[in-house]
Design a protein around this ligand. Structure first.
Ligand code: ADE
Length: 225
């Protein structure tokens, strides 16, 4: 079973996406285990301090190395981890390829950043991978961590049924997904493309490929090759 350990100063901010729908089912089916760790439980002083002023001056607090090191060390004594990931807007941009790779690799630790970020020594010595979910800044790494975990977990074999196969997702073959339709076939004279009602599987597949290509060229010429 794959295990993800999420380290955060606000674990309550990240727990709810794991308590619904596909991820919840994956946890119930014991395909994946997700554990949350409150960094404050690893603080060494009575005030449960996990951040401090930055050396050299400047606004904003910095997450200290000691509690992070203590938490990661403890986890590493219990099992091995494939990657120790830090969520940060200056990390590598999350892509479907990264999600695919992480979904088959093994146990992961995900550290959520806060305040001004973490002491650089954490990034230099403890972290093996830095991931951003986009060129914008959120107030913490919890939502990005939930996004990352969702993108990984749904790809693990057994998590999605055939009806929601991940293989036909956008980006899976550097292509956006084609348009989809459901009943009614005619809504106030807006008709579903006839080909989809024809029952001709080969023609439908051809149509879908053509539409996916059209959509990719129009919306994401940068990924089209
Ligand atoms: N923390 C704050 N903003 C972030 C982002 N865009 N990606 C990952 N972690 C973040």
């Amino acid at each position: 079973m794959v295990r993800i350990d999420i380290i955060s100063v606000l674990p309550e901010l990240i727990e709810s996406p794991f308590n619904a729908s596909i991820i919840k089912r994956a946890i119930e089916k014991k395909i994946i285990e997700v554990h949350f760790h409150n960094l404050k439980d690893y603080a060494s002083n009575k005030r449960k301090q996990v951040d401090d002023y930055q050396f050299g001056g400047g606004s904003g607090m910095v997450m200290m190395i000691e509690p992070i090191n203590k938490c990661i060390d403890l986890l590493k004594t219990k099992r091995s981890y494939k990657e120790i990931i830090y969520m940060t807007p200056d990390g590598n941009m999350l892509t479907q390829k990264i999600a695919n790779k992480l979904s088959i690799e093994g146990n992961l630790i995900v550290l959520c950043g806060h305040y001004k970020g973490v002491d650089q020594r954490v990034r230099d010595e403890l972290i093996t991978m830095e991931i951003s979910i986009g060129d914008y800044v959120l107030s913490g790494g919890e939502l990005p961590a939930a996004v990352l975990c969702d993108s990984i977990i749904r790809l693990i074999p057994g998590v999605l049924g055939d009806e929601t196969s991940a293989l036909s997702d956008s980006f899976q073959d550097d292509m956006l997904a084609p348009p989809v339709y459901t009943r009614p076939a005619n809504f106030e004279n807006l008709e579903v493309p006839k080909i989809l009602l024809s029952g001709n599987k080969a023609k439908i597949e051809e149509w879908r490929e053509e539409k996916a290509l059209e959509r990719t060229k129009k919306m994401r010429p940068d990924i089209f090759n």
